[in-house]
Design a protein around this ligand. Structure first.
Ligand SMILES: Cc1ncc(COP(=O)(O)O)c(C=O)c1O
Length: 414
């Protein structure tokens, strides 16, 4: 695709105007929104309003706005997850939320010994599961991908038995972008009496999600990726309404109490999803999430997904046309229906190539060890022009050997 062709596609893009809602440095081709989304204007304003309130109203800020803030953000987020407002809670990080829900799921089925996951799941999720298994005397069964790109969903379902306590998978695999068939796996787990816990971190905001319609039990996810909440922004968790009263938060704190400010001696959990809170909500981190998700809510995930698919299809075609002969391999599913919004490329010098792209070419992908470059497409601000620039610059960096001075580089974030 030529730059002119890309610009024509961008000019005809019905989502094009959303780019102006993001604060992006001039001239930067940012393809790392799957790790950290940019600041939105609405997010910046929400943060400024929170700090202004703090300076002016001090403790009065809690009653004026802050106590209600977490529920307000949950209400905004819920439709993006296909959930009800009263099924979503925001606060903590994804790993801790996963711990809370996974522990609760294991605890209600003491006779079920197995937790099923796969090796495409995010490492932190697997560490959390291992920790729970150790603490509660369960075992984690890890289904291995045969090609390292896609999950064999038949094999995963084959591991689910009447001994399975719950299944924990990422809806979109962080390393390869593989998009799981959530309803089929969920339904299969339920037939064996097991629960499901989906990590939505790489899906929310770019892939349609229908947690209630799919009868998902539990879910967690980050807000700092495609939801543009900001570095370390609080994560969310979802508990289906009819399950809430049966599950116990292993981190029983006052914000999960039915009446937090009563300061009574005994713990009585809130009847709803708020029982999964523990402590004081991080207001200054929460404020930009409210603004960050606004553009996605306005655009609608169906339209975002349509453009995401078009971008990744065009990118994969260009990779095949230009980058494969330069030593790159596609480490993501070929079928766009089974792919999220990022595409991973293997290259023997992936780290050096990514460091060179960032330092010298104003192109930002990210790197995952040992040799994968990830290109994330966030349709509300990424254009076809960005996709073409990324291909051109990546090709040039390899053709000219510009990456060579970076061969001794060590990985850093991202
Ligand atoms: C799929 C997935 N799950 C979990 C996490 C961990 O999130 P947190 O650092 O908020 O615990 C990440 C972080 O990037 C992730 O990509």
């Amino acid at each position: 695709m030529t730059l002119d062709h890309a610009r024509r596609l961008d000019a005809a893009d019905p989502l094009a105007s959303f780019r102006t809602r993001f604060l992006l440095p001039e001239g930067l081709t940012y393809l790392d929104g799957n790790s950290l989304g940019p600041l939105t204007i609405s997010g910046r304003d929400a943060l400024a309003a929170a700090t202004e309130r703090w300076s002016r109203r001090l403790i009065g800020g809690w009653n004026e706005d802050w106590i209600a803030m977490a529920s307000r953000v949950a209400a905004r987020l819920a439709p993006l997850l296909g959930a009800l407002e009263e099924e979503v809670l925001i606060g903590s990080d994804t790993s801790t939320n996963l711990f809370r829900l996974a522990h609760a799921a294991a605890e209600i089925a003491p006779d079920r010994t197995d937790i099923v996951t796969d090796d495409l799941n995010f490492p932190s999720d697997r560490y959390v599961l291992e920790g729970i298994a150790k603490g509660l005397g369960r075992r984690v069964q890890v289904v291995r991908s045969t090609d390292g790109i896609h999950a064999d969903e038949g094999a995963i379902m084959g591991e689910i038995t009447d001994r399975t306590s719950f299944v924990c998978l990422s809806m979109v695999a962080y390393r390869t972008g593989y998009l799981y068939d959530v309803p089929t796996i969920t339904d299969h787990a339920h037939r064996h009496g097991a629960l499901v816990l989906w990590d939505l971190s790489h899906a929310a905001g770019v892939v349609p999600i229908h947690l209630d319609a799919w009868k998902v039990d539990l879910a967690v996810g980050c807000t700092y990726k495609y939801l543009n909440g900001g570095p370390g922004a609080p994560a969310y968790l979802y508990v289906r309404r009819d399950l809430q009263g049966r599950l116990r938060n292993p981190v029983q704190g006052w914000f999960g109490h039915a009446d937090p400010f009563s300061m009574v001696e005994d713990y009585a959990p809130s009847p709803g999803v708020r029982r999964f809170s523990s402590g004081t909500p991080p207001i200054l981190s929460l404020a930009p999430v409210d603004g960050g998700v606004q553009p996605t809510v306005e655009a609608g995930v169906a339209r975002v997904r349509e453009k995401s698919v078009a971008l990744t299809i065009a990118f994969v075609e260009e990779v095949e046309r230009i980058l494969v002969s330069l030593g790159f391999s596609i480490q993501s599913p070929c079928d766009p229906a089974r792919r999220g919004s990022h595409v991973s490329l293997g290259h023997p010098y992936a780290l050096a190539v990514s460091r060179c792209l960032v330092a010298e070419r104003a192109v930002v992908p990210d790197f995952r060890p040992p040799n994968v470059l990830r290109f994330g497409f966030a349709p509300l601000y990424n254009r076809f022009e960005d996709m073409v620039r990324a291909i051109e610059q990546t090709a040039e960096v390899v053709r000219t050997g510009a990456y060579e001075p970076y061969l001794a580089a060590r990985p850093f974030v991202p």
